[in-house]
Design a protein around this ligand. Structure first.
Ligand code: GLV
Length: 323
């Protein structure tokens, strides 16, 4: 008998067909959002599950899924899974790094530029029929990218892909990371290292935070950090909700402590702090960093490969809790 697995959310049909060669697959093409109890119920008798960042699995849930051997997250981040509990229970956890670096970097630039040049605000203005005077010299002024300083905190694979794109805009790139990049990478990206995180906060015209979410990075950017930024700066978060303190950011945007923000991720997604929608100086997108067909397909293929390897007793390529 084929081992049973669950695909917790809607996916491309080809991926289901591939997995059906080896597994008895229960999929969720209706894209029902399962409650934790419903997910546990669906996981009865299942040895593996493909999850998204919205599918939280904690220790209590794992305790009620005795057959579960692998949780294959279709994401690079895996803060939705209690990894320590999975390790203690002998459940393998895997993720999908690398394949989404470029798409996420592209989206980061899309919203950064939208905020810099007021694209979303201008679009809404035109659609509302409020455009009366074309080419008003002093209206709709935005921020220059060329010559500006791009600050990146978190210079991992995605951070570096973001930095590479700044070369085309003739920007100065200043970064902070736990570990400094090697000299050759710094030279190729023409970026400068700041040992001091505050130095990046103070000097950035555009600040991108690209750190994984964990207890240690909860509210990694809070009121005191935003206060150190230039009043003309724009904050960009395409990493994870909770890395930025939304309430503090809203207060700063209202007070003009910083000029704007571009956000793809939020605390408590898909709920939005309603104050964001009242603000003109913020661009909001619904967690779509990796949302291109080719990237989502690559993530799914990698997640399927990880799950398949784990259930065949092999080491999955992206095994995050390998001991
Ligand atoms: C998406 O948010 C991911 O972590 O891949």
């Amino acid at each position: 008998m084929k081992p049973a697995i669950l695909i917790a959310r809607e996916v491309f049909e080809e991926v289901i067909a591939d997995l059906e060669r080896d597994f008895a697959v229960e999929s969720n093409q209706a894209d029902v959002l399962f409650t934790p109890d419903q997910l546990v119920e669906k996981l009865q008798g299942k040895q593996g599950v493909l999850t998204t960042v919205m599918d939280k699995i904690d220790d209590g849930m794992m305790a009620r899924c005795p057959d579960l051997k692998v949780i294959s997250n279709i994401a690079v981040g895996y803060n939705n899974i209690d990894v320590a509990a999975a390790t203690a229970r002998g459940i393998k956890v895997t993720n999908t790094p690398e394949v989404l670096n470029e798409a996420t970097a592209d989206l980061t630039w899309a919203i950064l530029m939208a905020a810099a040049r007021r694209v979303a605000e201008g679009d809404a203005f035109v659609r509302r029929g409020e455009w009366r005077k074309a080419f008003a010299m002093k209206r709709w002024l935005g921020a220059d990218l060329h010559g500006a300083t791009l600050g990146i905190i978190g210079m991992g694979r995605i951070g570096q892909a973001i930095a590479r794109r700044a070369l085309g805009f003739d920007m100065r790139v200043l970064y902070h990371n736990r570990a400094r990049l090697d000299a050759a990478t710094e030279a190729a990206l023409r970026c400068e290292y700041s040992q001091d995180r505050d130095g990046v906060l103070k000097e950035a015209d555009f600040l991108v935070v690209m750190v994984p979410y964990s207890a240690a990075t909860h509210h990694f950017i809070k009121a005191g950090d935003i206060a150190k930024m230039k009043p003309s700066a724009i904050l960009v978060n395409t990493a994870r909700g909770g890395v930025v303190d939304d309430a503090a950011l809203i207060a700063a945007l209202k007070a003009g402590t910083i000029a704007g923000a571009a956000l793809d991720v939020f605390e408590g997604e898909p709920k939005l702090n309603s104050e964001y929608s009242q603000l003109k100086n913020v661009v909001l997108t619904p967690h779509i960093g990796s949302a291109t067909r080719s990237t989502r397909m690559a993530m799914l293929r990698l997640a399927a490969k990880n799950l398949t390897a784990a259930l065949k007793g092999e080491a999955p390529p992206n095994w995050v809790n390998k001991t």
